[in-house]
Write a protein that binds this ligand. Structure first.
Ligand code: HEC
Ligand code: HEC
Ligand code: HEC
Ligand code: HEC
Ligand code: HEC
Length: 290
């Protein structure tokens, strides 16, 4: 047994490091290529166009292209920031867990260095290529219970049903994901509360926590996919007009007033006003989030 282990160690040492890490991207360009979904456009044009306009397609850009992750690359600006961009590793960007999950499974620390440099240079063209692509949802995040179901397979797409064949050149089969039509699928990234798994816990999205602890216990029956039923995943905060319209449709304001005079004592009439206001909304969670 010891001999066998020793042989295994020697065999591993004999392999060049590049082979061991062969499936991890060293540059942003390599990572972008690995999850590139531009081939999907030819046949799924409508879905592609919806996705392209969604926040998922610009998950590191920030509202109005504000490059919201920049403080994480600036020395001393956050607890996570590296001393210099050249020293950056994945640990400096815990946000990748939800904003770019493929970086954690498929990229070397050199990608964190390049990302930090791009943020400091305000290089929107480069940062904008890092997105939650079709393959992130239809492969990377499509299996949650990995002890039972295994990791997502290379070259396979996952959806709400299986298809025996699929005409894409690289992705020839579609398997059934057991979670894609359930809210828990979105819950992987839409937040339960503080991220206690981080060395320094912090909080970003909490909307999934609100959904399971407030909406469902109040008798809510709909899933995320029931209400957010196309790949635009509105609201789009870069589109003020559309967001205003959507919120107007989903937030209600009821105001009732009662004016009267209070006869305090004889001939002493005091005008009084009662205003009752009720604000409520029909989303499956708090709005806005956080
Ligand atoms: C050459 C055309 C073509 C290309 C390219 C293509 N698809 Fe498809 N795709 C189809 C067709 C046709 C179906 C089957 C539609 C059906 O029967 O519902 C399908 C089905 C699917 C389904 C399953 C839909 C369901 O009903 O559950 C998913 C998910 C999917 N494609 C995603 C992708 C992604 C992601 C890409 C890019 C990596 C891609 N497709 C590229 C043609 C294509
Ligand atoms: C648990 C998953 C998760 C983690 C971890 C996470 N985020 Fe987020 N973040 C989201 C989601 C989902 C949204 C959008 C939806 C919402 O806010 O409800 C969002 C929205 C944002 C927004 C507002 C929208 C925008 O684009 O400007 C900022 C800023 C942001 N995140 C920054 C960060 C930073 C910085 C980190 C790391 C320190 C981080 N997030 C970590 C899930 C996460
Ligand atoms: C944020 C995650 C996410 C992204 C990104 C995403 N999808 Fe989907 N997609 C889903 C989910 C979830 C469903 C199942 C929806 C349901 O059950 O109603 C789905 C369903 C589908 C379907 C089958 C149902 C339909 O509407 O025809 C196709 C085809 C599809 N996606 C293709 C794509 C393509 C192509 C892209 C990239 C342009 C893409 N998806 C990006 C999550 C995603
Ligand atoms: C891989 C992680 C991930 C998954 C899975 C995911 N999202 Fe998101 N989603 C995000 C992030 C990150 C943002 C914010 C991007 C940004 O900074 O603008 C976002 C943005 C959104 C937005 C736009 C509003 C906003 O606050 O930015 C909606 C709506 C949304 N997601 C709904 C869904 C639904 C519904 C599902 C499940 C079908 C889902 N998402 C699955 C990570 C994810
Ligand atoms: C009962 C319907 C319903 C359900 C269920 C639902 N949503 Fe929403 N969601 C809405 C409405 C309505 C809005 C307000 C904007 C709009 O109309 O698009 C909204 C807004 C959002 C936003 C933007 C939040 C903000 O800060 O303004 C995100 C992100 C989001 N939903 C994600 C999700 C996710 C993830 C789930 C499942 C855990 C979910 N939604 C379940 C109806 C729903």
């Amino acid at each position: 047994m010891i001999v066998l282990r020793l042989l295994l160690v020697i065999a591993l040492l004999a392999l060049p490091a590049s082979v061991l890490a062969a499936d991890k991207a060293k540059t942003i360009e390599e990572l972008v290529k690995m999850y590139d979904s531009s081939s999907c456009k030819a046949c799924h044009a409508e879905i592609y166009a919806q996705w392209e306009k969604s926040h998922h397609a610009r998950s590191l850009m920030g509202v109005q292209g504000g490059l919201m992750m920049t403080p994480l690359a600036m020395r001393g600006a956050t607890v996570f920031s590296p001393d210099t961009p050249e020293k950056a590793t994945m640990k400096n960007f815990p946000c990748f867990k939800c904003h770019l999950p493929q970086a954690l499974t498929s990229a070397e620390n050199s990608v964190a260095v390049e990302f930090a440099q791009a943020l400091l240079a305000g290089n929107k063209d480069k940062v904008g290529q890092l997105r939650i692509t079709c393959l992130v949802c239809h492969n990377e995040k499509a299996i949650i219970h990995r002890i039972q179901e295994g990791k997502p397979e290379k070259g396979v797409l996952y959806s709400t049903k299986a298809l025996a064949s699929h005409p894409d050149k690289g992705y020839k089969t579609v398997k059934k994901s057991s979670v894609m039509d359930h809210s828990i699928f979105c819950g992987q990234c839409h937040g339960l509360g503080p991220n206690f798994d981080a060395e320094n816990p912090y909080q970003c999205a909490t909307l999934y926590g609100n959904y399971i602890h407030a909406y469902i216990p109040r008798g809510g029956t709909k899933s995320c996919q029931d209400c957010h039923s196309d790949h635009r995943y509105a609201p789009d905060f870069d589109d003020h007009e559309l967001t205003g319209k959507l919120l107007k449709d989903s937030i209600y304001l009821d105001v009732q007033t009662l004016g009267y005079e209070w006869l305090r004592k004889s001939k002493d009439l005091r005008p009084m006003l009662v205003v009752n206001t009720k604000i409520w909304q029909k989303a499956g969670h708090e709005i806005p989030d956080g």
